[in-house]
Design a protein. Structure first.
Length: 437
């Protein structure tokens, strides 16, 4: 009798473990609590128990096909993390099955990966937020990690089904959906999260154990007819710390589809180099430094940052590593009602090597660019904007997000001719392979 009891106790534990293995494939699950087993040291008991356990485990894993997980939420109309439509429209959250309305609790918060979420993925109201950065001393000095000074969640709205009360929005709860009409519309180009709290139950009582996070961002504009011309441009990125402060100076050729409102560009590193030292007006004998003519003649280190985008004639494109690099980008554009033209990108990666020798490899994961550009009275297109990067890695190490500012402008044919006369051309998409070492 004792042996039989052990076998069934053991089998029950394995069945629960098998179910837990099935459950682990869901994002938010009910996990059965394992049963405690006390056993004597008996070879016979262990053999019998193990046989029953293995058979029960097989049956438990076979039951994965019929496991009923708790409700899972999604945002209607979202593509990737971008939401089509206007911020003034209602936000609709859908669920894959009916749920117990009183079990629904959620909040809508800003979810900027550089400002609101620490590199470990924690929100300000979650355990462990910014602890790793404080432990590494990244909250000290002149450039602390963004999470160090965060005062808490930036909340747009919240809802508690237990009382049916909402704050910051009007909320309509249906059988399998929730419609949210914000009192104050979300801002364009700012990332947000719908945070569905644990405890959401389906009608059979299966409840979530962890938060569900639903990302959404309203595009600054939708792709559409654009006046932005195909041609050569110069881009200046000033990327803020942490983990590093870096300036990217880039010659680019953009191929623009004016009807569809899309563009593809090849970006090539712009460098100060001794090849520019023989230009009229340069100081004599600048080597090993480089001649600078703008804003005034001087001999400067090749690593010297630009003070203004208008100094681009002190740089030439170099594509080959380790000194230079190229990368591809693509995005969308449209003429806007205010007379400017918008330019933006979905998240895309930048993977470059900076510096001489083996250099330093910088990988920018999920880079997003948003900006506006217009023609000045000389016919030049000038623009400005911002860049957000979800994760920056230096030599494959790091999880920090960062942000930066962006300025860019078109180049006239005579300027292109001057730049290209000192070395390489401004490469077009398809002319070089950006992934080649």
């Amino acid at each position: 009798t004792w042996v039989t009891g052990l076998v069934f106790e053991g089998a029950g534990w394995v069945r629960d473990a098998a179910r837990s293995a099935c459950n682990a494939r869901e994002e938010s699950l009910v996990i059965s609590k394992p049963r405690t087993v006390r056993a004597k040291r008996s070879t016979v008991v262990l053999r019998l128990g193990m046989a029953a356990m293995l058979g029960s485990a097989s049956a438990g894993l076979a039951a994965c096909e019929t496991f009923d997980p708790p409700p899972k939420a999604s945002i209607a109309g979202v593509q990737g993390s971008f939401l089509e439509g206007s911020p003034s429209d209602a936000l609709v959250v859908r669920f894959n099955e009916p749920f117990a309305k009183k079990s629904l609790r959620f909040k809508v918060v800003r979810g900027d990966k550089a400002l609101d979420i620490d590199p470990e993925g924690n929100l300000p109201d979650e355990s462990g937020y910014c602890e790793a950065q404080r432990a590494r001393g990244q909250c000290n000095g002149d450039a602390p990690a963004p999470c160090c000074n965060n005062e808490g969640l930036v909340q747009l709205a919240s809802y508690d089904g237990r009382s049916g009360s909402a704050d910051g929005a009007k909320v309509e709860v249906g059988e399998q959906s929730v419609t949210i009409r914000f009192d104050e519309s979300p801002k364009i180009a700012v990332p947000y999260l719908v945070v569905v709290e644990p405890g959401l139950e389906d009608l059979d009582g299966h409840s979530t154990l962890v938060r569900q996070r639903l990302e959404f961002t309203y595009r600054a504009f939708l792709p559409g007819p654009t006046s932005l011309p195909t041609g050569p441009y110069f881009f200046l990125f000033d990327i803020a710390p942490p983990p590093l402060q870096q300036q990217l100076r880039l010659f680019a050729w953009l191929n623009v589809d004016p009807d569809a409102g899309t563009w593809e560009g090849l970006f090539t590193d712009g460098n100060r180099t001794t090849a520019l030292n023989d230009r009229p007006g340069c100081p004599s004998d600048c080597s090993p430094n480089a001649c600078q003519l703008f804003p005034s003649p001087a001999c400067v280190k090749p690593s010297t940052n630009m003070g203004s985008i208008d100094e681009f004639l002190d740089f030439i494109p170099i594509k080959d590593r380790p000194v230079g690099y190229t990368f591809l980008g693509a995005g969308y554009t449209a003429d806007l009602p205010d007379g400017t033209t918008g330019i933006g990108t979905p998240p895309f990666p930048i993977d470059i090597v900076i510096g001489s020798g083996s250099g330093v490899r910088i990988t920018a994961v999920d880079t997003v660019i948003i900006g506006q550009i217009s023609q000045d009275n000389t016919g030049r297109w000038r623009g400005a904007g911002s860049a957000t990067i979800a994760k920056v890695q230096v030599n494959s190490i790091g999880e920090e997000p960062t942000t930066g500012t962006l300025s860019f402008m078109s180049l006239f044919p005579e300027e292109v001719a001057e730049v290209e006369s000192y070395g390489e051309p401004i490469y077009k998409p398809g002319e070089v392979n950006p992934t080649a070492e």
